[in-house]
Design a protein around this ligand. Structure first.
Ligand SMILES: *Cc1c(COP(=O)(O)O)cnc(C)c1O
Length: 390
């Protein structure tokens, strides 16, 4: 491939060196070591800057495990129904199944491409769902305060899968747990990793305990320390992964500006081809985008784009497809509500190349290829200048 669809950027050995030295000195390699605790407290500070409430950050070995533990912490009866959107990464579905719950696949909003509180209200009533995992799709932020109001009025529990939305998704409601990913392809990469942000200390503590097999570490409860007090798993984030995450956090602000400038520039240069609002996801844009998605306008236009890009050796991807309900039903017991909007979006959604160090020539080639493939001559207006930071 001449241009890949995504190229991860993870801190190199020079940036990792000081952190690795600390691990060697501490001889503490996992189990809530000093680097892990430093990472959690640095993240807590970052979230606190954007929230009016005290928030707790607890790391996990992946966002998928973070979602599973956040769901387990709700202590719902086995098989309880949980709404999830049809357009999301498969991990949202996997996490619900692994938590012993029954996913109910629901539709999305045509403008935000989200499962919204309005959709969830009707869907929960129709399906008898007692919880919802809303997704900050493609890194766009969900409204935590709207979800908190929904949770209070409906009694339906809410968790947000904000795996790819670090930096855009802040937590403004202390009763909505929000889960982030630190996978290599996300904007705060640890290789593998995740974390849960919650304003509820008892939920946060339970998640920490469940991430360590369920062993009780609290001397103030009836169960003795060292005994299992709940069923857990091993979802701890090692010191090595914490080191990579800390090094990523050191450069995150600067990289976010570059990612954001590229995203804006891309959107501006493609406005004349994708000239309808329905081509673009609306809402609070990702602070540090890691993907670039657009609706081509029709299945035919998408097919034309895919064919031309393939000829030029430029990768494209139908992100989050097939839709969740198209996956093999044999993987578990899940239900599907009618999802006409998700089906429609899936007919022409396409992901174009997007990565931190995408250069001018690559961006130009992609933009030209889009114009040529759709037979639209490129607008002569000068494109806005890209701002290079750092
Ligand atoms: C990346 C992603 C996940 C999975 O995160 P992991 O850390 O790889 O487990 C889950 N949900 C969404 C929406 C994602 O984008």
């Amino acid at each position: 491939m001449q241009i890949p669809v995504l190229l991860p950027t993870v801190p190199g050995r020079a940036a990792l060196w000081p952190y690795l030295g600390r691990i060697e000195q501490n001889r503490h390699y996992t189990n809530f070591g000093p680097l892990n605790l430093e990472l959690e407290s640095r993240l807590e500070k970052k979230f606190a800057e954007h929230a009016g409430c005290k928030l707790f950050v607890r790391t996990t070995a992946s966002a998928t495990l973070g979602l599973e533990l956040a769901l387990a912490a709700l202590k719902l009866p086995a098989g309880s129904k949980v709404l999830i959107p049809a357009l999301t990464f498969v991990a949202t579905l996997t996490a619900v199944l692994n938590a012993g719950l029954s996913p109910v696949i629901a539709d999305i909003d045509p403008s935000s491409w989200f499962l919204t509180p309005a959709i969830a209200l009707d869907a929960a009533a129709a399906a008898g769902a007692v919880a919802v995992v809303a997704v900050a799709t493609f890194g766009f932020a969900q409204d935590t305060q709207a979800w908190s109001a929904f949770q209070k009025s409906s009694g339906v529990h809410v968790i947000i899968d904000a795996a790819g939305a670090f930096g855009a998704q802040w937590v403004l409601a202390d009763d909505i747990p929000v889960v982030f990913s630190m996978h290599a392809t996300k904007s705060l990469p640890a290789g593998e990793g995740g974390f849960v942000v919650s304003g509820d200390k008892s939920i946060a503590d339970l998640i920490t305990q469940m991430s360590n097999f369920g062993i009780n570490l609290d001397p103030n409860i009836a169960v003795p320390v060292g005994y299992l007090s709940t069923r857990g798993t091993n979802a701890k984030l090692s010191e090595y992964h914490s080191a990579v995450a800390l090094a990523s956090l050191d450069v995150w602000d600067q990289q976010a500006l570059t990612r954001n400038a590229l995203f804006t520039r891309y959107r501006t240069q493609l406005r004349d081809v994708f000239d309808s609002d329905r081509c673009w996801q609306s809402g609070l844009e990702p602070a540090a985008p890691t993907l670039f998605c657009v609706r081509a306008g029709s299945a035919q236009r998408r097919a034309a784009l895919e064919a031309t890009f393939a000829l030029r050796g430029i990768a494209t991807r139908r992100w989050y497809q097939p839709l969740l309900h198209k996956h093999a039903p044999g993987i578990g017991n899940f239900f599907t509500l009618p999802v006409p909007v998700a089906e429609e979006v899936a007919t022409d959604l396409i992901g174009l190349p997007f990565f931190l160090d995408m250069n001018e020539a690559q961006l130009s080639l992609v933009v030209d290829t889009v114009h040529e493939s759709l037979g639209v001559s490129r607008s002569l207006s000068t494109p806005p200048k890209i701002v290079r930071h750092g």
